[in-house]
Design a binder for this molecule. Sequence first.
Ligand SMILES: Cc1cc2nc3c(=O)[nH]c(=O)nc-3n(C[C@H](O)[C@H](O)[C@H](O)COP(=O)(O)O)c2cc1C
Length: 194
Amino acid sequence: MTARVVLGVSGASGAALALDCARALHAAGAEVELVLSAMAERTLALEIGPAARDELVALAARVHPVIDLGAAIASGSFPVAGMIVAPCSMRSLAAIAHGLDDNLLTRAAGVQLKERRPLILLAREAPLTLAHLHNMTAVTEMGAVVLPPVPAFYLRPVTVAEITAQIAARAVDLLHLGPPIAQAWTPETKGNAT
Ligand SMILES: Cc1cc2nc3c(=O)[nH]c(=O)nc-3n(C[C@H](O)[C@H](O)[C@H](O)COP(=O)(O)O)c2cc1C
């Protein structure tokens, strides 16, 4: 059976991560159930351009309005392999950490937690307040994985696209849909002196 994965996109910086996650999920053969917050629509346009939303939507099997709390992904009875929130804002993180389920993105994330399914949060802010750190602890205690979108410096990336593609690949690998797709570190990795 084809894996369905919910991809939530919130309004943190790093909209390129959403596109790279969608590309990686699509390439892995997963059906993407896409939900974008209102601020995600804005950051996609701001950081990438006016065509970014359409490109993202083209990679999705279904797109769900963030206000549609009656969508299939709002229910634990709808089988999905897990969810990635890329990028995950501190607002969405806080809502997930406190079980607010106040829109379809945070509701779908809460569903993953209650159903004990993988939930990967590419939580992005800098610097972090104690509230952000408490919320990261809370979601981790509930079983989510906080994957801050920081570069894999050890792979010596040259472009931002290399950085975001590697982070997205690591996020998809955490769902364990198939063989790993992220570039793995080996002592022979490019440019390594010894
Ligand atoms: C250009 C831009 C960049 C932003 N970057 C971040 C960020 O990195 N992290 C964050 O938590 N919020 C960031 N925000 C603020 C969020 O968009 C805002 O808190 C919003 O309420 C998040 O709502 P959402 O979680 O429903 O998308 C940014 C906003 C803009 C306009």
